[in-house]
Write a protein that binds this ligand. Sequence first.
Ligand code: THU
Length: 141
Amino acid sequence: MSATKLSVSEKQTLVEAARLARKNAYAPYSRYLVGAAVLDEHGRIHVGCNVENAAYPEGLCAEAGALSAMVLSGGRRARAVVVVGAGGTWVTPCGGCRQKLREFCDADTPILTANEQDLGPTYTLEQLLPASFGPEHLTKR
Ligand code: THU
């Protein structure tokens, strides 16, 4: 599926969903709250927040939670993704999340950044993870 342009209201709804999810983030160790929202191929929105753990590496990123929710409800393609962090710097998906997103996004799928008030830069998945490894590699063994 190629990226269809998001309408203004779709974008607003998606960003608001990620901001709302961020409010439920469990981040007592980093105190860095993150929310994410994914728009799937059916037009549905799935959200996630970061969930940290006293055993630090066991923490979960917001994007991973949102993708998991999408898959659980039958969604298989992400049309757009929003990641919301705190003001200051724009949160972009971490390396591991870029690979997780790679599974369900197209090269031109928009990945929006935002904070509580504003929108930050939008990237394509290809910009965040160039020359990436994906499912099609496994069909060329
Ligand atoms: N975090 C995310 O949830 N998504 C990202 O892409 C960047 C980092 C979380 C993980 C951890 O709970 C906190 O932000 C600080 O790294």
